[in-house]
Ligand binder design. Structure first.
Ligand SMILES: [Zn+2]
Length: 400
């Protein structure tokens, strides 16, 4: 399985200037190649290289590898654009938007990501530095920060190219790690994960195991059966950001726009951190107890979460996708079985007797079965249903 590791570079002011100059030159070169590709209708990497390799190398003073990466980057960008056109993501044929996009060559921002292979970039993991090709020559000893976990991954599994990116005044290297597949262990029961807004994730087994029911905040700890990972911290941050956004949008100046963009990214990073923490906790607990994980099939989530504002639906469904993705890859890394289940009626069905009714759930937090009288926190009840469906799903797919 493939995994990306993003590390932050800590260049000195001189090193930062060299990196900036390099990214600017390679992206200028890419824009130039892109214009040519567009004019001559040559889009494939190999064909493009035959046309422009020598010129782009001389004109921009690029090393051979850098020139090839520039050309490949342009070819990849057009391949992506053309795939969007084919899949109908750019409106109807003949529409103004589509024609406008297709009439102009792709332009690369001065800070757009640039791939570096092992000949242009080497890692000194013990010293936490990299040596990297720049337009001013090879630059050694550029420091970076990484967690012990990231260092281990990089040392054992880093493979191929890494992208150099400049974002919000900071430098990053995004490395790809190629991990061997871990065999999935046969699960001893399942834990179901219910995704929500008040509680980002609630985990429970199909039936109560007698462990104390507890709650966990986005940053706290908590294990066992019926654990709710609260969305309080995240929702508070989102609310604060929304207020600030309203004020900044009213201003509509250039600096306000820049600040807005930075805010949005900060919020996204914060949400991703929380999702990582929750995913790690869920997978670690499943691995420790030998259970599999049952997740709601993400396609259905949007239909289930009824919210008034459309942008919130987008934001939350995006966040659910991310959490599901984090859980899925962490589970794969740990050899924990994962089953996607149909999320229909998981919040209305009684996990004790199976009775389905809308008024089984009198309010957001409460589940009280109108048939058998079983009562529990609504999210825990839903998680139990999901766990039960996971067990059934696993049994069906492993019957042979
Ligand atoms: Zn019941």
């Amino acid at each position: 399985m493939k995994l990306v590791v993003q590390v932050k570079l800590l260049p000195t002011p001189e090193q930062a200037a060299a990196l900036e100059a390099t990214l600017r030159v390679v992206n200028d070169a890419a824009t130039w190649v892109s214009q040519l590709a567009h004019d001559r209708r040559v889009f494939r990497n190999y064909d493009l290289r035959r046309h422009v390799y020598g010129q782009v190398k001389d004109r921009y003073g690029l090393a051979a590898q850098a020139a090839q990466h520039v050309i490949k980057k342009v070819a990849d960008a057009y391949a992506t654009l053309h795939a969007h056109v084919r899949n109908g993501n750019l409106s109807r044929p003949g529409s103004v938007r589509r024609e406008r996009v297709l009439a102009r060559p792709i332009v690369f921002r001065p800070g757009a990501a640039q791939p570096f292979d092992d000949r242009c970039l080497s890692w000194q993991l013990n010293a936490r530095t990299v040596s990297i090709w720049t337009t001013g020559g090879r630059m050694k000893g550029v420091a970076f920060t990484a967690s012990p976990d990231q260092l281990t991954l990089l040392a054992a599994h880093r493979k191929g190219e890494s992208d150099l990116v400049y974002r919000d005044g900071r430098w990053f290297l995004i490395a790809t790690c190629d991990l061997p597949d871990v065999p999935v262990r046969a699960p001893d029961g399942f834990v179901g994960v219910d995704l929500g807004i008040a509680n980002i994730a609630t985990t429970a087994t199909a039936t109560a195991t007698g462990t104390a029911t507890g709650t966990a905040t986005g940053t706290g700890t908590g294990t066992g059966d019926g654990v709710r990972h609260s969305g309080k911290t995240l929702n508070a941050v989102r609310h604060r950001h929304r207020e600030l956004r309203r004020r900044l949008q009213a201003k509509a100046t250039k600096s306000a726009k820049r600040l807005l963009k930075r805010r949005r990214r900060k919020e996204a990073r914060f949400a991703a951190d929380i999702n990582h923490t929750i995913a790690r906790r869920i997978v670690t607990e499943a691995a420790r107890t030998g259970r599999g994980i049952a997740l709601e099939d993400l396609q259905g989530i949007r239909d289930r979460v009824r919210l008034r504002k459309p942008q919130r639906v987008t934001l939350h469904s995006w966040s659910f996708h991310q959490l599901g993705h984090f859980i899925a890859y962490k589970a794969a890394r740990a050899g924990v079985a994962l089953v996607w289940v149909d999320p229909a009626y998981t919040s209305q069905a009684c996990s004790a007797c199976g009775h389905v009714a809308k008024n089984n759930r009198p309010d957001q937090e409460t589940f009280a079965c109108t048939s058998c009288g079983f009562a529990e926190h609504a999210d825990v009840n839903a998680a139990r249903n999901i766990a039960a469906r996971g067990e059934t799903g696993w049994a069906v797919s492993h019957a042979a």
